[in-house]
Design a protein around this ligand. Structure first.
Ligand code: GLC
Length: 431
């Protein structure tokens, strides 16, 4: 393949510091517009909760819904920044739950809660308050009240958009005979992640998720509460031809533009579209049958596997290509695949760093203080090189001051944080 094509693909995905600076500026102006209620691609949602102090105590339940797995957990807060993990169970949502009737989705979840309680010996005749981590854009009007604005991450269950999801969940609990179990707080996963980390480290003031979807929240000063940015919707980024293609064929075209360039739901698909383009142009795999023309056939996990292959012959990539239906490939072709995958994921990491830098400088323009940033999500935690690319972009942006930023992996923070926020709501200390 001529170096120029490889170079031009790499170029189209590159994000130099000058562009990062522009993103930061645009992000700030969208944040301001969103906060003041003007039209903006950032929703800047008030959450009616402040971060915990670490002194909260007690046993609390949480439901964590935000992807194809749904979790129920119980944790104990010890009051000295310590959390005792307790019972936990994961349930898998089927396609018909995600895209069928909303009422059935909530009935399924409440059925799972009933099962969890009976298996774990949790008495359902006693009053129990639950934190509901619901990781979608919800316009909150109180700590336990909020209307779903639109679905993201391929969810499309009917009859939920425009409705108060706490009411829908509480009604489903009643239908299932769980009258004493009530949702005490509605929590975004970013807010849960921030809360879980802040419970143990008071410097934590930003929560980020880079997984199936991507988003962030921060402890606001002007509005004294945590603000859920919904940064996945940011739409002031330069897009490539492949981003346009992906957006057009998605079920939420025109929405979640940043999410479509960063999160695990889409990274593999962007790479697939770029690879398919080269195949169509007869630059690679000449005349061979292959599966790259099938939408969503190349997953973000494949992208991770490609990037982990450091063998001389790129034999790991060869195995993936075989799975994609290709009989044979040259070393040069495998190198090209690696270059494309790398360019796509590195761009995702640099965009994430740019918008994180914008959030930090919104809170603390000259980066005078220390900030712990709690990050969770499969892409950040597992994609090879992603966290490092993000950190090196932050170094480019902040130079020596980067030392004041501490990015910590807050594993399972969304569920734990849900329980912590439920404790704040139960004690009336949310604000
Ligand atoms: C999507 C949701 C957002 C969530 C993020 C990470 O962007 O809209 O609420 O925080 O995914 O799960």
């Amino acid at each position: 393949m001529p170096a120029t094509i490889e170079g031009s693909i790499k170029n189209s995905f590159s994000l130099p510091l000058s562009e990062i600076k522009k993103i930061i500026k645009d992000f700030h102006s969208e944040m301001c517009r969103g906060i003041s209620g003007k039209k903006s691609s950032l929703k800047m949602i008030s959450t009616y909760v402040n971060k915990p102090t670490g002194k909260e105590r007690g046993k609390f339940l949480a439901l964590d819904l935000g992807g194809t797995n749904f979790r129920i957990l119980e944790i104990e807060l010890k009051g000295d920044g310590k959390i005792l993990p307790g019972k936990e169970k994961k349930f898998v949502l089927a396609k018909h739950h995600i895209s069928g009737e909303g009422r059935k989705l909530f009935d399924f979840i409440s059925g799972c809660i009933k099962k969890f309680c009976s298996e774990q010996g949790i008495k359902t005749y006693e009053q129990r308050k639950i934190g509901f981590t619901f990781s979608f854009p919800v316009r909150q009007t109180g700590i336990a009240k909020g209307v779903l604005l639109h679905w993201t991450k391929d969810f499309s269950a009917s009859g939920v958009v425009g409705q108060d999801v706490v009411r829908l969940m509480n009604e489903a609990l009643i239908r299932n005979g769980l009258r004493n179990i009530k949702i005490a707080a509605l929590v975004n996963d970013t807010v849960g992640t921030l809360a879980a980390a802040a419970y143990q480290d008071q410097d934590c003031d930003v929560g980020v998720i880079i997984g199936t979807g991507t988003n962030a929240c921060y402890q606001g000063k002007v509005k004294r509460m945590i603000i859920n940015i919904e940064w996945g919707g940011f739409n002031k980024l330069r897009r490539t031809y492949y981003d346009e293609l992906l957006d057009k064929s998605s079920n939420n075209s025109g929405q979640q533009m940043l999410e479509k360039m960063v999160s695990g739901m889409y990274l593999g698909e962007i790479a697939r579209l770029a690879i398919q383009d080269l195949i169509k142009k007869q630059r690679i795999f000449k005349g061979q049958r292959n599966g790259f023309n099938l939408a969503k056939s190349f997953k973000s996990e494949h992208l991770s596997e490609v990037e982990t292959d450091n063998s001389v012959n790129l034999s790991g990539i060869n195995i993936i290509l075989k799975k994609m239906g290709l009989k044979s490939s040259t070393l040069q072709e495998r190198k090209t695949i690696k270059v494309i995958c790398h360019a796509v994921s590195e761009r995702g990491a640099r965009i994430s760093a740019a918008v994180l830098a914008a959030v930090i400088t919104k809170i603390d323009p000259a980066l005078c203080r220390r900030h712990t940033v709690a990050v969770d999500g499969s892409v950040y935690a597992k994609h090879p090189g992603f966290a490092n690319h993000m950190k090196s972009a932050l170094r480019e942006i902040f130079g020596k001051r980067t030392g004041r930023l501490n990015l910590v992996l807050a594993k399972d923070g969304s569920g734990i944080g849900g329980a912590i926020i439920a404790s704040l709501a139960a004690s009336g200390n949310n604000q």
